[in-house]
Design a protein around this ligand. Structure first.
Ligand SMILES: Cc1cc2nc3c(=O)[nH]c(=O)nc-3n(C[C@H](O)[C@H](O)[C@H](O)COP(=O)(O)OP(=O)(O)OC[C@H]3O[C@@H](n4cnc5c(N)ncnc54)[C@H](O)[C@@H]3O)c2cc1C
Length: 435
């Protein structure tokens, strides 16, 4: 993909940065001796890696377009979540090892060394507050706690990590052995933080504001697709410049009194033209339900396009597998993919099916095929999307490229069934409507 950074390249860049951090410690360490020295050395390494790790975590979520496009927002969110656990482990290990190491060297107890560090070392008290903030964010991000929180609560609590990073920064330069007496190391370490902050401001604030000014997004109309689903049409200027592709999504902020404060991701449900985009939204909560009442002319901040769920052209036939509202990105792909395309659209009831007339018309015009698989598992007596069911519905499925979008539960079982039906895992691409 042009202008995109692949997962492999991003992993290599992160690993290169980590290696550079280890080299920085090596360069600044003349010798390590005794238990105290080894503990202190380990604490320094862990601290440097933690200081680097928080920057990586922030950059993963900075919405840097080439990264989002190449790696995918859902994968970035997964890396961020698992990276967060490592960073909290590094910070905790750093605090414990350094305190213990200093205590051993000074022949004192860890408790008394803690008091000394907090009261006499510059900025260590602030860094300790940062550690507790990070631990707090880690606790609310843990799966069990997160399930009990509103998305918005969980999301806004994350802003405390920025405060934690700011609080912890100065102690790194003030007491970090790698930086004392090494102006070049101090310069490059500070530059890392400044560049990260600039990238966040650029991609999260400047680019959306610039796009709003350039494209002038406004709601053009709202159409009811089913009792629980509406399509929103958004008009704008020069939309082709955005280079949005079927399968991608934007983060939408509708500038009404009630909705302006929250931006929510919705996929394009049709390929955009130069002046019109469409999203299709199922009512599942406050924001999605309110979209039904949007008035034409409402201003919209559209941040994107994002996502790596983009068709890769090959000579193979394509299977699109949609569950529920997961039809939205696949509807956009169905209309634009060339070659032999089959769409399976799974829903619990016929009321949940949207775009039926559009899908049938596209299928007829392009010689493609749509299978509506409607009903509960008990209606079928078995899973209609099991490996055997898929083979029967789509002969030759094992030779196809598959694009899958649906609720997380369905995605997991469908990937397993497709793999069992013989589709290699690398040819199954999916989008999760959950970060
Ligand atoms: C990449 C992507 C593409 C999506 N495309 C579509 C689409 O085309 N059509 C559609 O109907 N839905 C889509 N969704 C899901 C949609 O974003 C959520 O259903 C919606 O944000 C729910 O908000 P709410 O306030 O109505 O419900 P809530 O009750 O507040 O949230 C329900 C669930 O939605 C998720 N969610 C809530 N707010 C956000 C947010 N700001 N950002 C990310 N996730 C959030 C959380 O998992 C939450 O548990 C997509 C989600 C993602 C991640």
């Amino acid at each position: 993909m042009a202008g995109a950074i692949s997962p492999r390249v991003l992993r290599a860049l992160i690993a290169f940065g980590a290696a550079a951090v280890l080299a920085l410690w090596w360069h600044s360490t003349l010798a390590v001796s005794g238990l105290g020295g080894w503990l202190t050395g380990a604490g320094e390494v862990l601290g440097l890696l933690a200081g680097y790790g928080v920057v990586v975590l922030v950059l993963l979520m900075a919405r840097i377009r080439p990264v989002e496009r190449g790696v995918g927002a859902d994968r970035l969110a997964r890396w961020h979540a698992s990276g967060g656990r490592y960073v909290i482990g590094l910070v905790s290990g750093h605090a414990i090892a350094i305190t213990w190491g200093y205590a051993v060297t000074a022949h004192t107890s860890p408790a008394s060394e803690t008091a000394t560090l907090l009261s006499t070392y510059p900025d260590v008290a602030m860094a300790t507050a940062a550690w507790f903030l990070l631990l707090g964010v880690g606790v609310v991000s843990a799966r069990a706690a997160r399930r009990r929180l509103r998305y918005e609560t969980w999301y806004y609590l994350h802003f405390y990590t920025y405060l934690a990073i700011a609080l912890a920064f100065s102690h790194q330069l003030a007491v970090g052995a790698a930086f004392s007496g090494d102006p070049a190391a101090r310069f490059w370490w500070s530059a890392l933080y400044v560049v990260a902050a600039l990238l966040v401001v650029w991609y999260r604030v400047v680019v959306p504001a610039r796009d709003f000014a350039r494209h002038g997004f406004r709601v053009a109309g709202v159409r009811t697709e089913s009792p629980a689903t509406v399509s929103i049409y958004i008009r704008g200027r020069h939309l082709r410049e955005l280079e949005a592709e079927p399968g991608q999504f934007f983060r939408w902020r509708f500038l009404t009194r009630d909705l302006w404060w929250g931006s929510h991701p919705y996929s394009l449900s049709a390929a955009p033209s130069d002046d019109l985009m469409r999203i299709t939204v199922r009512d599942v909560g406050d924001h999605s339900a309110a979209l039904r009442r949007l008035k034409p002319g409402t201003r919209v901040l559209a941040e994107g396009p994002f996502g790596a769920f983009i068709p890769i052209r090959t000579s193979r036939s394509v299977l699109l597998l949609a569950g529920g509202v997961g039809i939205t990105p696949l509807r956009a792909m169905f209309a634009t993919l060339s070659g032999k395309v089959t769409l399976i659209y799974r829903a619990s009831t016929w009321q949940d099916i949207v775009f039926q007339a559009e899908l049938d018309a596209i299928a007829e015009a392009r010689g493609s095929c749509v299978h509506y698989v409607v009903g509960s598992r008990s209606d079928f007596g078995t899973d209609p999307l099991s490996a055997a069911g898929l083979r029967q519905l789509v002969p030759g499925v094992h030779r196809m490229d598959v694009y899958l979008c649906g609720p997380p539960g369905m995605t997991g079982t469908a990937v397993a069934a497709l793999t069992e039906a013989g589709v290699p895992r690398r040819r199954i691409r999916y989008e999760s409507f959950e970060f």
